[in-house]
Write a protein that binds this ligand. Structure first.
Ligand code: FAD
Length: 463
């Protein structure tokens, strides 16, 4: 039985005692949730407004999905761009994609202004594909990128691939041919199932360490305007006409605006006393999924990389009702137990849907079945000596909130704008959370914010 043991949490080396809410407070803005979404929302609220901000975390800062992810900085959605175009039209879909990509600049801005030291590695990320359908879908997305004025992904296709003639001619300008051997070198695999490789900007960082450093920065730089409390679960959010009250432990926080950065589905009730009921919609609007990862330390000195692999075989143990199943692998330099190991290799892919109403336990052991699935993937794809296998140093899991359309919710609650959201991790959440934090600060400033694919909707309350 192996416990949930994430390398990101281990690197925190936390010594700060938990300070829980021990009094009633009145403030301008209260942010619920201390993952990367809550922490960066607090950063932009402090930076871009002159309001007082309190952040409330049920457990400890960055111990949710932020401390249990793969740490890949990636700008894609967990659904094809073409489906976002179908739902929202080309312009809004492209704006949404640009918004997520703009978070690279916001990330640099945060690091520079807060003088953070959390290592951030940047490189070209790779995606390996193994079927005609996958290739056509990704080419279609790339054509939308091109038509929308976005930088296109670099695509190479194996010269030897028999089905290459079946690619529709409209995509001909969007890819080049390469000997399969070179394509596999790009993907760092031997498995000849892969016949196409897409390349785009990616990165990696420990988002928990980043969040922890950032919260410490805000607590020292904005002492007069910022405070945060851990071990303080919000039980009830009571919304009035122009303020809200949070019930936490035996105390209350009264605030002009409340921002939920809870990832989703969490254990709070929303009582809208100035309009239509919100609670049921909120809980139905985000479903829980558990993602599983394994990691091992490797003394090779290969450079950092991040790749996603869409294999031919089905990922048994994975449970993704919405779309393609894939594995993701990240390699990065890693400090461990005070020693300098060259690399940490993290692999994930398998997910399980949390049945409605079921509780997720951070303390649950790692699943042997899932570990076997990851092991099989590594042996068939990445490992130079598959017969030797791998001794894992870490295995971990984390809970993610998925919205019905796979897109993060960022903006005001239509039935009561006292409440705002920056939530719904939807698998890839680091850049969207950061963009969300910046967008929320514009709502807090009462700016006219342009409509977007991220807006929460509720027909009952929209004119
Ligand atoms: C296995 C896995 C792999 C992933 N890989 C990647 C990746 O490679 N790249 C990427 O971009 N994204 C990835 N993600 C997603 C990414 O980690 C998340 O989108 C991101 O960390 C979300 O941050 P968050 O702040 O929204 O949520 P969280 O980090 O979950 O934070 C939410 C916080 O809210 C707190 N909270 C909830 N309810 C309450 C309450 N009632 N009162 C007070 N506090 C409350 C929770 O305790 C928690 O700390 C992955 C996620 C998982 C699980």
């Amino acid at each position: 039985m192996i416990p949930n043991h994430s390398p990101w949490i281990k690197q925190l080396r936390r010594t700060r005692p938990i300070v829980s809410l021990d009094k009633n407070i009145e403030t301008d803005v209260v942010i619920v949730g201390g993952g990367i979404a809550g922490v960066t929302t607090a950063f932009f609220a402090l930076r871009n407004t002159n309001q007082n901000v309190v952040l409330i975390e049920a457990d400890k800062i960055a111990h949710g999905a932020t401390g249990h992810n793969a740490g890949q900085i990636a700008s894609y959605f967990e659904k094809p761009l073409s489906e976002i175009v179908d739902e929202f039209g080309l312009d809004l879909a492209i704006d949404g994609q640009k918004s997520v990509e703009s978070a690279w600049i916001l990330l640099d801005q945060i690091i520079e202004e807060a003088k953070l030291r959390t290592p951030l590695h940047r490189f070209v990320g790779r995606t390996g594909l193994s079927s005609l359908d996958q290739v056509i879908l990704n080419l279609k997305n790339n054509l939308y990128r091109k038509n929308g004025g976005l930088e296109v992904e670099a695509i190479v296709i194996a010269e030897e691939w028999e089905e290459k003639e079946k690619i529709p001619s409209e995509y001909r300008d969007l890819y080049k041919f390469l000997p399969q051997k070179d394509l596999l070198d790009l993907l760092e695999v031997k498995n000849k199932d892969y016949i196409a490789c897409f390349s785009y900007q990616k990165g990696s960082m420990n988002s928990a360490l980043f969040s922890e450093e950032l919260i410490n920065h805000m607590a020292t730089q904005h002492k007069e305007r910022f405070s945060f409390y851990e071990g303080s679960p919000v039980k009830v959010v009571r919304l009035k006409e122009d303020y809200g009250v949070l019930e936490i432990l035996d105390h209350n926080i009264k605030a002009k605006r409340i921002v939920l950065c809870t990832n989703g589905f969490e254990y709070l009730k929303i009582k809208n006393e100035a309009g239509a009921e919100i609670d049921t919609k909120f809980h139905h609007g985000v479903a829980g999924r558990v993602g599983y990862m394994s990691g091992y330390l490797d003394s090779s000195s290969n450079p950092p990389m991040a790749a996603s692999y869409f294999p031919k075989m089905k990922i048994s143990g994975a449970n993704d009702p919405t779309g393609e199943k894939y594995f993701y692998l990240t390699r990065r330099p890693h400090e461990h137990d005070g020693k300098r190991y060259h690399n940490l290799i993290c692999t994930g892919g398998p997910e399980k849907v949390l049945p409605n109403g079921a509780d997720y336990s951070k303390e649950a052991y790692c699943s042997e079945e899932v570990r076997g699935v990851i092991d099989g993937f590594l042996k068939n794809n990445y490992l130079k000596h598959p017969d030797k296998g791998v001794r894992y140093d870490f295995c971990w899991h984390g809970l993610m909130g998925y919205t019905p359309n796979g897109i993060r919710r960022i903006g005001s609650e239509p039935c009561n704008p006292v409440l705002l959201y920056n939530l719904g991790c939807n698998g890839v959440g680091i850049l969207p959370s950061i963009y969300g934090g910046s967008r929320i600060s514009r709502f807090l400033n009462n700016e006219e914010v342009e409509i977007s694919i991220f807006d929460p909707h509720d027909q009952r309350c929209e004119i």
